[in-house]
Design a protein around this ligand. Structure first.
Ligand code: PLP
Length: 435
């Protein structure tokens, strides 16, 4: 602890010195507190004290209340809560597998560029993931590639609204249903986005939501599945009834983790945690399904309380993302995935939330420079995911998906959350001009 603290202090002093102009070394308190000590996390959600208090005071009734709030808010047939989105997805895929009428249907199509934990859920349910090429200008499926994979063996297609950018579903939903497969919308990063005028996650047969750290409504953990029609409704309810609920201790522990998340995602604390610069995420984390349990009451209580505020959080994210988009559009070597157009009359809008702003950099060398300079400017960029799913899971790779591979290695994400201020946007602008 002592060693950690002293390192932090030395780091801050060196950083403050590097901010001084023309060799004048002045320990300007404002520079110290506002610029040097801050490091913006890649994502964040407000965690108010009243939500922490609700989490600590939660009981079993909180779970039913959150389930009802989600069902009513999203106008879905049913909703089930779990310890994580990946476990919720595993239960869904397992149930669809067990209730299928055609034993040949054993494939689940997913984009070749997305979160590896989606694969972990599919494989644990003993289904085969099929990696589909993406369109780099939207991050949605490449439709030709999707058509070539869809067939009699397809059990389900998982569309991911990556970074909260909604995926057009009008034409592909029909194609998927004509093939006799289910459409699952992965809205883990997109809670609050709008797809053809409807909430993301409610257009397909099933929707997936995550409340893990870094998600639109971060509750320090938890996930949900929405059942949007009567398809497999009873079977899913039956399986869910058998899932063990969390204990009071687990719930309390999660409430403290939630408070810690609120503290740690403050820019000053984020700098302290990352005083040694970028850290390598645990390689095995995505492979692990985590706790195979239900959601804990503390997560549900905070979720019920903050659900009404989600639109406000997302509106801030969207505004910041649009400003950044405007600023960065002058650089020819940068591509920012587009939100698909709404219909001409705008009656069915496609509205992104931009949980993060994805930026695809033309060459890897420039990307590395950007990452280093953003860190120095107090901005922690996301580098998701480094590798495409074909690279992460070569044993399931059947063909090349070059666009997914390029996006995986050349993409960075910029923060859009409530801590991002005018000066931060200016710093990002300067960094992009300097490379
Ligand atoms: C697109 C996507 N789907 C699913 C998940 C799994 O969510 P959880 O961490 O709650 O299991 C994630 C997590 O990062 C994700 O980004």
């Amino acid at each position: 602890m002592y060693r950690f603290g002293s390192k932090a202090v030395i780091y801050w002093i060196i950083s403050a010195a590097s901010y001084s102009e023309k060799g004048k070394l002045s320990f300007n308190l404002q520079v110290f507190s506002l610029s040097v000590l801050r490091l913006l996390p890649p994502t964040a959600t407000p965690i108010p004290v009243r939500a922490i208090a609700a989490a600590i005071a939660a009981d079993q009734r909180s779970l039913m209340k959150f389930k009802r709030a989600l069902t009513n808010n999203y106008r879905v047939v049913d909703c089930h809560l779990a310890a994580s989105a990946r476990f919720a997805l595993y239960i869904l895929v397992r149930t669809l597998h067990e209730t299928r009428t055609d034993s040949e249907r054993e494939q689940i199509i997913i984009p070749a560029y997305t979160c590896p934990s989606v694969v972990a859920a599919i494989v644990a349910a003993r289904m085969r993931p099929i990696f589909c090429e993406i369109n780099p200008s939207t991050l949605a499926f490449d439709e030709r590639s999707l058509s070539s994979h869809l067939g009699r063996k397809t059990l389900a297609v998982i569309c991911v609204h990556q970074f909260g950018i909604p995926h057009r579903l009008d034409t592909i939903a029909e194609q998927i249903r004509n093939a006799g497969a289910y459409l699952v919308e992965d809205a883990a990063q997109a809670m609050g986005s709008t797809v053809h005028g409807q909430a993301a996650g409610t257009v397909g047969d099933f929707g997936l939501f995550s409340f893990g750290p870094g998600k639109p409504l971060a509750l320090a953990g938890g996930g949900a599945i929405t059942v949007n029609s009567n398809v497999a409704r009873d079977q899913i309810s039956q399986v869910w009834a058998g899932i063990t609920e969390g204990t009071r201790m687990r719930s309390l522990f999660s409430a403290f983790r939630y408070a810690a998340l609120g503290l740690i995602t403050q820019p000053l604390s984020w700098r302290l945690v990352h005083v040694n610069g970028p850290t390598q995420a645990a390689a095995s984390a995505a492979d692990d399904l985590g706790e195979r349990l239900g959601m804990v009451p503390s997560q549900a209580a905070a979720g019920s309380l903050l659900l009404a505020d989600l639109d406000g959080y997302n509106s801030d994210r969207r505004q910041t993302a649009l400003r950044l988009k405007g600023i960065l559009s002058e650089h020819k070597w940068v591509t920012i995935p587009e939100t698909p157009q709404s219909s001409p009359d705008d009656a069915k809008p496609m509205i992104p939330i931009y949980l993060r702003l994805p930026v695809i950099v033309a060459d890897e060398q420039r990307k590395r420079q950007l990452v280093a300079k953003l860190w120095r400017a107090g901005i922690h960029p996301g580098t998701m995911y480094g590798r495409s799913l074909d690279d992460v899971y070569p044993r399931y790779s059947t063909h090349e998906n070059p666009a997914a591979c390029h996006v995986a290695s050349n993409l960075i994400t910029l923060p859009t959350h409530h801590h991002v201020g005018h000066e931060d946007v200016e710093k990002i602008e300067q960094v992009f001009r300097s490379v």
